[in-house]
Design a protein around this ligand. Structure first.
Ligand code: BDR
Ligand code: CA
Length: 326
């Protein structure tokens, strides 16, 4: 059997970040080496507490968790507790972890993990599932960590739609400057970058019945938590199913073949009245347009996810949760 893929997550837990943490913590094909936290869906102390609680439920107290940036680089923070519940974790009153976070700042923990990997001749997949403030700070402060990164596979942006605004996705809208820095640094440092955005994000969805099956399988364990997180979404949005959300970006690491991507020029809109935070994905292919574009084409290229085998990702997530143990 191939060695598990080393991976780190950067999260703003968050219902769907929790879905991602459970998958990353339990799937035998992944070696989860660290989790770092950033303010986003909820304020940072709540994000850290939620993240520790989810990993404790998954039996993964061995994974170091560090707190990072409390706020975006420049923008004002706007949390998303209207989506995730007042505690950011579906208001389940889920038991807290007895463990404390690592004493290092998030970017110091990531630096240490990535340098250690590089020293051992390994590369780690970095999966940001939140505003990319920590990742921007990391790549600018410690560019040498690029030697320990296999790729950055981030949840954020969209080629076609928005959620936080009509044109922008939440994670990029929350800290557009950070997203722009990350895309720029990836070009500069030759780090492959994949965007798991809103064009695919909502598609892998778990039904209310499947959620109940998870809850029945292990009411107080990881499956029980996962099922309740889906059920909360079904109730909140009066829907028959709820997305696994950020967990799809982790699926993209485990099963990249189920994702259709295209390498495309991408810019982040940093001005704009109604479009700030938009990922401007250049889908044009007529050379006439491109040659006469006064802006020229972006040299920052990203593998943009445009389609997903949603059933494959739902099955992957459900099977992992139902199997349960790390
Ligand atoms: C993203 O925003 C957050 O609310 C979710 O956790 C996800 O990372 C979706 O736009
Ligand atoms: Ca998130």
């Amino acid at each position: 059997m191939a060695a598990p893929t080393p991976i780190v997550l950067d999260v703003d837990t968050g219902i769907d970040d929790a879905c991602a943490l459970l998958l990353a913590g339990l799937h035998p094909g992944l070696d989860l080496r660290a989790v770092t936290c950033v303010g986003g869906n909820a304020p940072l102390p709540q994000v850290v507490s939620n993240t520790l609680a989810v990993l404790h439920t998954a039996g993964r107290d061995d994974v170091p968790v560090a707190a990072g940036a409390e706020r975006p680089l420049l923008a004002e923070p706007h949390d998303a507790r209207h989506v995730h519940g007042s505690d950011g974790l579906a208001d389940l009153d889920w038991p807290r972890s007895p463990h404390a976070p690592d004493e290092r700042h998030a970017i110091e923990l990531l630096r240490d993990v990535l340098r250690a990997a590089a020293g051992a001749g390994e590369r780690v997949t970095v999966v940001p599932l939140a505003p990319m403030t920590n990742i921007a700070l990391l790549l600018r402060a410690y560019p040498d960590v690029a030697a320990g990164i296999a790729e950055i596979c981030f949840m954020g942006g969209a080629a076609n739609v928005g959620n936080a605004t009509a044109s922008a996705e939440f994670n990029v809208f929350h800290d557009p400057e950070a997203a722009a820095v990350v895309i720029d640094a990836c070009t500069d440092l030759d780090i492959p970058i994949r965007m798991y955005g809103l064009d695919v994000f909502y598609r892998p969805a778990v039904t209310r019945e499947q959620a109940q099956r998870l809850i029945d399988a292990d009411p107080t364990g990881p499956a029980g938590l996962a099922g309740r997180l889906i059920r909360f979404q079904c109730d909140r949005f009066a829907a028959d199913s709820g997305t696994i959300g950020d967990a799809g970006a982790v699926c993209a690491v485990i099963a990249p073949e189920a994702l259709t991507t295209r390498r495309l020029p991408v810019r982040i809109e940093l001005g704009g009245t109604w479009s700030r935070g938009r990922t401007v994905v250049d889908l044009r292919d007529w050379t006439g347009d491109l040659a006469h574009d006064p802006h020229g084409q972006a040299n920052t290229r990203v593998e943009v996810a445009l389609d997903v085998d949603a059933d494959a990702y739902v099955d992957l997530w459900l099977d992992t949760l139902l199997r349960g143990t790390p």
